[in-house]
Design a protein around this ligand. Structure first.
Ligand SMILES: *Cc1c(COP(=O)(O)O)cnc(C)c1O
Length: 433
C-alpha cells in the first residue's frame, strides 16, 4: 500500500502520529534538510525506498549489519526459529551458545548478560561498575555516545550533536531537556584522547575505544594504554563501549585490535544481525555482583530473545566461515572507499579528511590537522559541506547517514562494482560542489 503514496505523503502521515516522524532522531534528516526516504526492503549492499528506487547503502543500520542486509544465513536462522515461538521468559540453549561465542572471541570477558539494546548494555555496565567498586562517579569522554540513558547523555555526539541540542562539550551539563542536573552530577566529561586524572571517587571510565559517534576519531598512540594504567592505579573499572567496534574491528573487537583489555565490555549492533540486542560482560568476579548472585539489579522481559540470539549466532558463525578473512576484506573495502572519496574531493579542490580505523571510515570536510577530539569534530562539522555531499550522493543512488557525526559502514556485501559506482558518483558530486 505504501508504494502508492508519494514520500511527502508518507512523511506527513508519519509526522502526524510519530513525534518528528521518526523513532530515532537522526533519521529525520534535520542535519541535511529535506524529507527522509522510507525503506521498503534491503538486500546485500542495497536498500530500496518505498517507490522502488535502489540505493547503495553505506548506513547498514548504523553498523548493525556487517554481512550486508538480509544475508541468507541470518534470514534462515530467524525463519527456522520463529516457528518455535518468539519469547519464553525462561532460559534457552541459544543464550548459552551466544554467551559462549562472545566469551570465546573476547579474551578476558568471562561472563556476559544479554539485553535488548546498546543503551541498556552501557547503562547496566555503569551500574555493575558502581556496585562493584562502591563508588559513584563516572568519567566519559566528550563526543563519545553510549546510548540515551540519563547519566550518559552529556556531550554525547551522534544525534544529540546532529540536532544541535548541546553546546557545552567539556563539563557535565545535561545533554538534553528532561535530564536533571542531579542525574549527571556524577558524570565527569573530559576531552577524548587525553588521559584524565582519576580520583578515588570514580567507579569507572567508559570510552569508545575508537570513537565513531563524532565522525570517526581514532585513539591516539598511548591513549588506551594510558587509560588502562590510570584505571589500574585508581581502582576504577575501564569500560570499553564496543557497541560499534565489537566483532567489527576484528574477531575479538577493539580490545583485540588494540591489545588492551578493559574490565567491562558493552556490545550491540553486530551481535543482533539487525534484531534488537545488546550485551555487557567482564570478569566473573565483577559480573557476579549482578542479581540473582549479587545485589546489583538488572532484568529484561525480552532479554536473550530467541530470534535476536539466533540472528546474532548466525552472524558470528558466518564471519568465521565466510572464506578469506572477513576483517581483512572489510578493511580493504573501507580503505578503498576512503581513497575514492578523498581522490574525488582532491580532484575538485575540496579539503577533506577520511579517517580510517580498520573497517570503519569517517569523513570530515576540513583542512585543519587530524581531528582528535570533539571540539575539533564540532568545528569540522560546522560548515554545511556534509549536507551537500549527502544529497549529492543520494541523488546518485548512494545512501550515507543523514548526519555528519556518523561513520560509513561498507559491509561484506559491498563489491568492487558498488565501490566503482561510488567513485564515479563522488567525482560528479564533488566537481559540482
Ligand atoms: C549505537 C550505540 C549505542 C546505543 O545502542 P542502541 O542499541 O542504539 O541503544 C551505544 N554505544 C555506542 C558506541 C553506539 O554506537
Amino acid at each position: 500500500m505504501e508504494h502508492n503514496l508519494a514520500p511527502d505523503e508518507l512523511w506527513a502521515r508519519a509526522c502526524r502520529v510519530i513525534p518528528g516522524g521518526v523513532n530515532s532522531p537522526v533519521r529525520a534528516f534535520k542535519a541535511v534538510g529535506g524529507t527522509p526516504y522510507f525503506v521498503a526492503r534491503a538486500e546485500g549492499p542495497f536498500v530500496w525506498e518505498s517507490r522502488g528506487r535502489r540505493f547503495i547503502d553505506y548506513v547498514q543500520a548504523y553498523g548493525a549489519s556487517i554481512l550486508g542486509h538480509a544475508h541468507p544465513a541470518v534470514v534462515g536462522a530467524i525463519a527456522s526459529k520463529v516457528v518455535d515461538g518468539t519469547s519464553y521468559g525462561a532460559p534457552t540453549v541459544g543464550e548459552i551458545l551466544l554467551a559462549e561465542a562472545i566469551c570465546e572471541r573476547v579474551p578476558g570477558c568471562e561472563q556476559v548478560r544479554l539485553v535488548s539494546s546498546g543503551t541498556e548494555a552501557t547503562m547496566s555496565a555503569l551500574r555493575v561498575a558502581r556496585g562493584f567498586t562502591a563508588r559513584n562517579k563516572i568519567i566519559k569522554f566528550a563526543g563519545c555516545y553510549h546510548g540515551h540513558s540519563d547519566s550518559l547523555l552529556a556531550a554525547s555526539g551522534s544525534g544529540v550533536a546532529t540536532l544541535g541540542l548541546e553546546k557545552n562539550t567539556t563539563s557535565a551539563v545535561p545533554g538534553c531537556l528532561g535530564v536533571t542536573p542531579n542525574l549527571v552530577a556524577d558524570t565527569i566529561v573530559v576531552p577524548y584522547n587525553r588521559v584524565p586524572k582519576i580520583s578515588q571517587e570514580v567507579a569507572c571510565v567508559i570510552v569508545e575505544p575508537a570513537a565513531a559517534n563524532m565522525g570517526l576519531v581514532a585513539p591516539v598512540e598511548g591513549f588506551l594504554e594510558g587509560l588502562r594504567k590510570a584505571c589500574n592505579d585508581s581502582g576504577a573499572l575501564l569500560i570499553f563501549d564496543e557497541v560499534i567496534t565489537g566483532f567489527r574491528l576484528s574477531r575479538g573487537g577493539a580490545s583485540e585490535f588494540y591489545g588492551i583489555k578493559p574490565d567491562l565490555w558493552c556490545f550491540g549492533k553486530v551481535i543482533g544481525g539487525g534484531l534488537p540486542i545488546g550485551a555487557f560482560g567482564g570478569r566473573r568476579e565483577v559480573m557476579e555482583v549482578l542479581a540473582p548472585l549479587g545485589e546489583v539489579y538488572q532484568a529484561g522481559t525480552l532479554s536473550g530473545n530467541p530470534l535476536a540470539v539466533a540472528a546474532g549466532l548466525a552472524v558470528l558463525k558466518e564471519l568465521d566461515v565466510s572464506g578469506a578473512n572477513p576483517y581483512q576484506r572489510l578493511t580493504q573495502s573501507a580503505k578503498k572507499l576512503a581513497d575514492i572519496l578523498s581522490e574525488a574531493a582532491n580532484q575538485a579542490g575540496i579539503s577533506v579528511q577520511l579517517p580510517l580505523v580498520g573497517p570503519l571510515v569517517g569523513i570530515f570536510f576540513t583542512d585543519e590537522g587530524p581531528v582528535t577530539n570533539y571540539d575539533m569534530a564540532n568545528k569540522a562539522n560546522d560548515n554545511g559541506a556534509y549536507a551537500k555531499f549527502f544529497w549529492g550522493m543520494l541523488n546518485h543512488g548512494i545512501a550515507f547517514a543523514p548526519g555528519s557525526y556518523e561513520v560509513m559502514f561498507p559491509s561484506l556485501a559491498h563489491t568492487e562494482l558498488e565501490l566503482e559506482y561510488t567513485a564515479q558518483a563522488a567525482a560528479e558530486v564533488f566537481s559540482s560542489f
